[in-house]
Design a protein around this ligand. Structure first.
Ligand code: DQA
Length: 139
């Protein structure tokens, strides 16, 4: 089974960026541990700060991979283009947010992406990525 985690803008700074909200672990360390935890899965990871690159990656993997775990960062709340990309591909997408966006600023309460995703995991920290992978593993 081939899965990919796609992270959007500013998520390259996990561990450093606002640690009280996003935690102190870098995504690289977390991802290395995930690969150990799921030895039977082929796990890939992609991060970009650029909307078009995220769309290109969705197109690239979205007809051959078994699942996509997507944290689009702030583009979640702004990007019709990303929503269209998710709608256009065949691979199911689980939307993940590290923080509880519903307990934060009002502009974070709406996601353009959720309606195109198979499900949404919000506010459970990095554990949300693990739960999304577990979903695909057992779906
Ligand atoms: C985030 C929540 C977004 O509102 C924010 O812009 C992010 C991270 C999260 O994982 O909690 O960059 O997607």
């Amino acid at each position: 089974m081939r899965l990919i985690i796609i992270n959007g803008p500013n998520l390259n700074l996990l561990g450093v960026r606002e640690p009280d909200i996003y935690g102190r672990e870098s995504f690289e360390d977390f991802f290395a541990a995930l690969q150990v935890d799921f030895p039977t899965l082929t796990l890939h990871y992609f991060q970009s700060n650029h909307e078009g690159d995220l769309i290109d990656k969705l197109h690239e993997v979205g007809f051959s991979y078994d699942g996509i775990v997507l944290n689009a960062g702030a583009y979640t709340h702004t990007s019709v283009a990303l929503a269209d990309a998710i709608a256009a591909i065949r691979t199911p997408v689980v939307e993940v947010h590290i923080s509880n966006v519903h307990a934060r600023e009002a502009y974070r309460h709406h996601s353009y992406l959720s309606a195109q995703c198979v499900g949404v995991i919000v506010g459970l920290g990095l554990k949300g990525y693990e739960l999304a992978i577990e979903y695909f593993r057992t779906a």
